[in-house]
Design a protein around this ligand. Structure first.
Ligand SMILES: Cc1cc2nc3c(=O)[nH]c(=O)nc-3n(C[C@H](O)[C@H](O)[C@H](O)COP(=O)(O)OP(=O)(O)OC[C@H]3O[C@@H](n4cnc5c(N)ncnc54)[C@H](O)[C@@H]3O)c2cc1C
Length: 491
């Protein structure tokens, strides 16, 4: 029997994957809350604002667990794990139960960090569960005085929902800017301004006092979360800022695994990449600017997090080199750019050699399109890129550009990234920074050969050049018509 402990996204995804991968053994999910396993992001957004019901946060409805033979025991908190006898003890409304396991997966998530001063002088809201969100939603009303400690993601989202409800909102943040650690000063300043524009009294570099808290009708605390490791520690598992797991999610005890917020992965590089990319995607998506967010990554795990955070395009210069990438894209709804390159990115590779560079790039792209489609990516979400300069010398890239129509004939939207590339610099002998004219010429040649998406550095110059090419091709009317249009004479 496999037992999964937890009621969040990690637990629900784990049981989903077990069944999706064909696991036929018994699976039991023990979850402390009374709700079906759910995702937490809506709790500070749509659910808090009342624009979505709590059901929107559920990963599956109740039927799914029944149909997939997953025994779901809600309102059941695991209180102890005996790793030698392989038994978990749990407490539920029906009493105490002991369940033996062959494999145990801990997905107990995280708990909010407490803020002692707020606990002393008020009954603060630590937004973590559906019940917290619903209770807070009831209290956010016109004129209510809300004080929030911490201008992190959750603090600011609560501030925004409270302002929408007409509450008076003051946010105290010890740092000089909100979210500065994840966003950097420039984007952090934009966030600060946005919240002030919407009427939030944002106090930066400020410490909240007991009297600030006492004067509030509602106190919200968002000062971070810590992995929920109590159970694991008591069971004697190795814990250090989370349950320590290896790349296969194994803990220090045989047969016991951990995932999600409670796990501390032995994966420093991946962790850093996710930390660098995902907060930026979230910040742009949260600003509701309506822009299409494209993320450059070759790593399926980074892509998975970025898609969840709002990325609409995954640009993979390894052309689906990571075997899990196609599946990750298929599960979400982003477009994917499949780019030609040879071998793993950033690795040392043999010198670029092609018998026929165009034929080889074409056959690579066809193969990777088939791989994407086999994983379930719909054809209309696939974009191709021949990879100018990528594992190619200047002569290869010039030939590829000259015969780009053969790549366009594959029949998927064709993206090209030619800006500032070495083949431009070497062709006209110009260093970086002096390649704009050459880049625009290369881009124009590509468009004439069938490219329909261009990635360029100088956006203003590019837009002018593209508009001009479109006018020549007759796909866009001139912006205005004056020259020699007088009805009786040429002026
Ligand atoms: C309000 C809010 C908004 C968020 N917004 C975003 C966002 O926009 N983007 C983003 O990327 N992340 C966001 N997050 C973070 C994200 O929700 C977490 O990373 C995610 O919930 C982690 O999932 P998990 O399954 O590991 O843990 P959790 O979601 O914490 O789930 C753990 C579950 O385990 C249960 N449990 C704990 N101990 C036991 C036990 N002993 N027995 C049985 N069950 C137990 C808990 O009740 C809980 O249901 C947000 C978090 C919150 C709270």
């Amino acid at each position: 029997m496999t037992i999964v402990v937890g009621g969040g996204l990690a637990a629900a995804t784990a049981v989903t994957e077990l069944r999706a991968q064909g696991y036929e053994g018994e699976v039991t999910l023990l979850a402390a809350e009374r709700h079906l396993p759910y995702e937490r992001p809506p709790l500070s957004k749509d659910v808090l604002k009342g624009t979505k019901d709590v059901e929107a946060a559920y990963v599956h409805d109740a039927d799914w667990y029944r149909d997939n033979a997953v025994t779901l025991q809600l309102d059941t908190r695991v209180t102890a794990v005996d790793t030698s006898a392989r038994v978990v003890t749990a407490a539920s409304g029906a009493g105490r139960l002991e369940v033996p396991y062959d494999r145990l997966l801990l997905a107990t998530g995280a708990v909010p960090r407490r803020f002692a001063l707020a606990d002393e002088v008020s009954v603060p809201v630590y937004l973590r569960t559906i019940d917290d969100s619903l209770a807070l939603r009831e209290r956010l009303r016109e004129g209510v005085r809300v004080v929030i400690v911490g201008a992190g993601w959750i603090g600011l989202e609560v501030a925004s929902a409270a302002r929408e409800a007409g509450a008076e909102v003051t946010v105290f943040e010890a740092a000089e800017l909100p979210l500065v650690r994840v966003l950097g000063p420039e984007a952090a300043r934009v966030f600060a301004e946005l919240h002030r524009y919407h009427g939030v009294d944002l106090r930066l570099g400020a410490q909240v006092t007991a009297s600030d808290l006492a004067a509030a009708d509602v106190v919200g605390v968002g000062v971070g979360a810590a992995p929920s490791t109590e159970l694991a520690e008591a069971a004697g598992l190795a814990v250090d800022n989370g349950i320590l797991v290896d790349a296969a999610l194994r803990t220090s005890a045989p047969g016991v695994f951990a995932i999600g917020d409670v796990a501390n992965h032995d994966h420093p590089v991946l962790g850093r990449r996710i930390d660098r990319v995902v907060p930026v995607v979230e910040a742009i998506a949260a600003s509701r600017a309506g822009v299409v967010i494209s993320v450059d990554t070759n790593d399926a795990e980074v892509a998975r997090h970025a898609i969840a955070a709002g990325a609409a395009v995954v640009n993979d210069t390894s052309g689906l080199g990571d075997p899990r990438m196609a599946e990750v894209v298929a599960r979400g709804d982003p477009h994917v750019v499949i780019t030609h390159s040879v071998g793993p990115p950033r690795a040392e590779k043999p010198a670029a050699r092609y018998d026929d560079v165009v034929a080889e790039v074409r056959s690579f792209l066809l193969d990777r399109i088939a791989r994407a489609e086999a994983a379930g990516v719909p054809r209309d979400r696939i974009v191709i890129d021949p990879g100018h300069d990528l594992d190619k010398n200047t002569l290869h890239t010039l030939e590829l550009t000259r015969r780009l129509d053969e790549i366009a004939a594959i029949g998927r939207p064709l993206l090209v990234a030619v800006s500032n590339k070495d083949f431009v610099g070497e062709s006209i002998d110009r260093p970086q920074g002096e390649r704009l004219a050459g880049s625009l010429a290369a881009m124009t040649a590509c468009i004439l050969k069938g490219a329909r998406i261009v990635r360029m550095h100088d956006v203003a110059a590019t837009v002018d050049a593209v508009r001009m090419v479109e006018a020549i091709l007759g796909v866009r009317a001139p912006a205005r018509l004056e020259h020699n249009t007088h009805p009786t004479r040429n002026v």
